[in-house]
Design a protein around this ligand. Structure first.
Ligand code: SAH
Length: 202
């Protein structure tokens, strides 16, 4: 059987992922490209994905760290776990991903330390999630937080500064995608901006 994705470059087309209305994601493909790039992944790395949703970032990270690396994906929502499971099967990364239902920050405590931690969910617990992630991240490891809300972004920046993180980078992506309209023209349709905050653990 042909593989669903045969390329090394990130940014899997969103329509390839199994999706449903109960679960957010996948993170838009252009945002995934930047997120994975900011995480600075290599073959063999261990990655933690906090709030895996549809599994968009989980699958992207797994393809980067394969065949020897590991991605620990957690989500507090059962529907997200089921959907991510179907996507890790679709992209044939079941051996790389360890999926578990649990709420961060508590669920993070059980996981091994990692070279990179991706945070895509957290809401009111974001501050304590970053604090726990800090203890799970190896020295020189990378943390990447995708924020839809301004409050998430400012909390993340303040926490990373408080822990003395290096190279704190804040990038805001305002994406517009072309949509074919009846006249035959291409109309650009704006998407909500996403703030990607990344940094290196000292
Ligand atoms: N990056 C994902 C989309 C993430 S949506 C993708 O590409 O598919 C954010 C997810 O975070 C949701 O599924 C939500 O259930 C989860 N989430 C939010 N707060 C959480 C917490 N404290 N612990 C675990 N999961 C959480």
């Amino acid at each position: 059987m042909a593989k669903t994705w045969n390329y090394k470059t990130p940014g899997l087309p969103s329509e390839l992922f199994n999706q449903n209305e109960l679960v957010p994601g996948p993170t838009k493909e252009e945002v995934r490209v930047l997120t994975i790039s900011k995480a600075r992944l290599s073959e063999g790395f261990t990655v933690i994905d906090v709030g895996c949703g549809t599994g968009g970032l989980t699958v992207e990270a797994a393809l980067q760290v394969a065949p020897k690396g590991k991605v620990y994906a957690i989500d507090e929502d059962e529907a997200a776990i089921t959907l991510t499971k179907s996507n890790i099967q679709k992209f044939e990364v079941e051996n790389i991903v360890s999926l578990s239902k649990g709420k961060a920050p508590e669920a993070l405590l059980k996981l091994p330390s990692a070279e990179a931690i991706l945070i895509g969910g957290g809401g009111a617990s974001l501050r304590t999630i970053i604090q726990t992630a800090h203890y799970k991240l190896k020295s020189n490891g990378r943390i990447v937080i995708n924020a839809i809300l301004l409050e998430t972004a400012t909390t993340a920046i303040a926490e990373l500064k408080a822990f003395g993180y290096k190279d704190i980078d804040v990038a805001q992506v305002s994406m517009a995608k072309g949509k074919q309209i009846n006249s035959g023209g291409t109309m650009m349709v704006a998407r909500n901006p996403i703030t990607i905050i990344s940094a290196t653990k000292p």
